[in-house]
Design a protein around this ligand. Structure first.
Ligand SMILES: Nc1nc2c(ncn2[C@@H]2O[C@H](COP(=O)(O)OP(=O)(O)OP(=O)(O)O)[C@@H](O)[C@H]2O)c(=O)[nH]1
Ligand SMILES: [Mg+2]
Length: 198
């Protein structure tokens, strides 16, 4: 499938602000700074659809992007950023939790982990939590441009072991910088949920 059209629809903190048109949603979750906003831009071929920043904690709201007038990509605030106040952490945590705990439109969660590091305790918790809620999860390791092929192989093993992925569980590596394998990733993440397959 091709992404022909992408547009920002709305930002939300609480449920009443979410879109109500019942289109399917695919959410991107992961640590702050892991590259959630960047991958949304890379996959949609847009430079500034989602706001990217070198400062962790850029995305504080839930952002909904409508793709091909067909389904939403949902950019969530990142977790695990140490340098924010406890109150702020709790507020982000609640924003993420409220969304994930019972969003009928949500059909898949893409969990992003940094390909250079072993998944953190937060990543493990988030993965377990997504599974507990019964969502389909696909893990994508980001910033793969920073690793050699040999390092990528090692990283795959570490990520699979740490998150206790089964053989059939999907794990993809991606770089929003060089965008290698972009079209294939789009198919793997979205195609089965899209109705516009042109
Ligand atoms: N080298 C490289 N850098 C990347 C890649 N993806 C993201 N980055 C950089 O990582 C930083 C964070 O990217 P974001 O996309 O803003 O990360 P985020 O997960 O949305 O962060 P929050 O909104 O804070 O949760 C930026 O400086 C990006 O340019 C990648 O594939 N390769
Ligand atoms: Mg972001």
């Amino acid at each position: 499938m091709r992404i022909k059209q992408s547009e920002f629809i709305t930002s939300a903190v609480r449920k009443p602000q979410y879109p109500t048109d019942e289109r399917v949603e695919i959410a991107f979750v992961g640590r702050s700074n892991v590259g959630k906003s960047s991958i949304i831009n890379a996959l949609t071929n847009r430079k500034k659809l989602a706001k990217v920043s070198q400062t962790p904690g850029k995305t504080k709201l839930i952002n909904f992007f409508l793709i091909n007038n067909d389904f939403y990509l949902v950019d969530l605030p990142g977790y695990g950023y140490a340098k924010v106040s406890k109150a702020e952490k709790e507020s982000w945590g609640k924003t993420i939790e409220d969304y994930l705990a019972g969003r009928e439109e949500l059909k898949r969660v893409v969990l992003l982990v940094d390909s250079r590091h072993k998944p953190t305790a937060d990543d493990i918790l988030m993965h377990e939590w997504i599974l507990h809620y019964g969502y389909d999860v696909i893990v994508v390791a980001t910033k793969s441009d920073k690793l050699s092929n040999n390092e990528l192989r090692k990283s795959e093993k570490v990520i699979r072991e740490t998150l206790k992925l089964q053989k059939e569980d999907k794990l993809y590596f991606f770089s929003s910088l060089n965008k290698k394998g972009k079209d294939e990733l789009i198919n793997n993440l979205f195609e089965d949920l899209a109705t516009d397959l042109d």
